[in-house]
Structures are given as C-alpha cells and as structure tokens.
Write a new protein. Structure first.
Length: 263
C-alpha cells in the first residue's frame, strides 16, 4: 500500500478477519511507491495493490477498483501573493489555473506517487516543468512546509478545519483532471491464485464506494466524504479456497475501458 493510505480505511481489520478465517494463508503487506507497485502487479510480483493513479486514463495490463477520489489544491501561507490575488475583488472563481504555478517553488509528493504523476502531467500540458523544491511522503507535511512560507504545496484537498489548524490557504486547481485517486489494482488477463482471489473479493466488497474526499485535521479521524459516490459497484468475484497473496496498498470517475471498473 502507499504510505499514508492506512488511515483511509480499516485495512488492518480486513486483513485480521481474513487471517482468522484462513490461518494457513500468509499475507505479506508492504508500503511503497505507486508506480513501482503497479509495475509489480503487472509483472506478477504482487497479487494486489492499493495504489495512487497517475491520471484518469486506463492502465494497460491492470484492472482497477477506485476507492478514493479527491480534488487537488494548492496550499500556501496566508500572505502568499496567490492567496491575496484569489481574495481580491473581481478575482476568478473557477479555481487556480495551472499556469499560476509556473516559476513558483512547489512542495509535492515524491516522484512515483499518483499525485506527483498527475501534477507533472498537468504542468506538461500547460507548457512548463514544475519546480519542486521540497518533497515529503505525507500530505500534511506538505501543508506544514507551505504554512511556513517554503513554497506552494500541491496536495489532496483539506477540510476547512484542517486548513485553519495547519495555517494555510487552499485554492482548488482549475484543471478537471487535477484529482488524486487511489484504486485497488490487480493483474488483467491472469486469474489470481485462489487465496488472492478470496482476498480480492473481500476487499472489493468491503472497501468504500469512492466519493469526493478531503483530508481531516491531524488526529481528528478518517477523511470526510463530501459528495455522492463518483462511480457504482461491480459484483465481487466468487470466493475460492486458499496460496499466499502478496498485497501492496497505494487518487471523477474512472472509465470502464481497459479493465477499469466503475463502482
């Protein structure tokens, strides 16, 4: 799974229940970057992954069940010129254009994460390369750096309470594709081993239907679900007996083509 995904849902409880029902099956769980985990699933070195997605399009060789969908925002100190311009009379209300980040020192998740892949892709479409000065694996750390004036952080949306507590102003990015998504991924065209198939069925049934999500204030509980589901569920595969699954866990709706599912 991607670092930081654990608070989004009770994966520990799901794995504990699976272990109680199948004590002879070993499950190896590890954290890693989304890009490397998706490659490992595609190559058969991992059975399952919860990983961030680099964009809204299909991923060759994989089937995906989205579980988290979150708008991306720019977070900055209250005195930042972008914050002042956004609050000025007559300021645009459609969100912050990507071109406003050109030439700014940015704070971002590392390369290989889904959100970083989205940021790099959007900036390339806008005609520039993002100038990332600081990287951190935890979105709240990005916000803390931005609050101290170290740059503009690009991260999944915060609740208003979290933004106030962290001391940042957030502006939603205007691009429709500026979203962080996490999905359950497994290999397309190759049926999982029996134990992995059983675990996959449980995860597809138990993981939440994706809604627009925001990150809560530190210590305040799970993320908030802001809207109706962004997609509706496919039936889980039938349960099967057990061989040890290897799980890795990794951010609008995903298309159904090329193995991607709506839920």
């Amino acid at each position: 799974m991607v670092p930081g995904a654990a608070p989004l849902f009770d994966l520990a409880g799901l794995l504990a229940d699976f272990h109680a029902d199948h004590p002879g099956v070993e499950v190896a769980l590890s954290e890693g970057g989304s890009e490397e985990m998706l490659t490992a699933v595609r190559e058969g070195r991992l059975d399952l992954a919860l990983a961030g997605l680099p964009g809204p399009g299909p991923l060759p060789g994989l089937r995906l069940r989205p579980v988290v969908d979150c708008p991306l925002v720019a977070a900055m100190a209250p005195g930042d010129p972008l914050a002042a311009a956004a609050g000025a009379p007559g300021a645009a209300t459609g969100g912050l254009p990507l071109t406003a980040l050109r030439g700014r020192r940015l704070i971002s998740l590392p390369r290989g994460t889904g959100v970083r892949g989205v940021l790099d892709g959007l900036c390339a479409e806008a005609g520039f390369t993002p100038e990332v000065g600081f990287e951190a694996a935890a979105p709240l750390m990005l916000a803390r750096l931005a609050a101290r004036g170290m740059g503009v952080a690009v991260l999944p949306a915060l609740t208003p309470e979290a933004a106030r507590e962290l001391g940042v102003v957030t502006l939603r990015l205007a691009a429709p594709a500026a979203r962080g998504r996490v999905a359950l991924a497994w290999r397309a065209g190759a049926p999982p081993a029996p134990a992995a198939r059983e675990l996959l069925g449980r995860l597809r049934e138990a993981l939440p239907t994706p809604r627009e999500t925001t990150i809560p204030a530190p210590g305040s509980g799970p993320p908030e679900r802001m809207s109706e589901p962004v997609a509706a569920a496919a039936p889980a595969p039938p349960p099967a007996p057990a061989q040890a699954p290897r799980a890795g866990a990794g951010a609008g709706p995903l298309p159904e083509e090329s193995g991607q599912e709506r839920r």
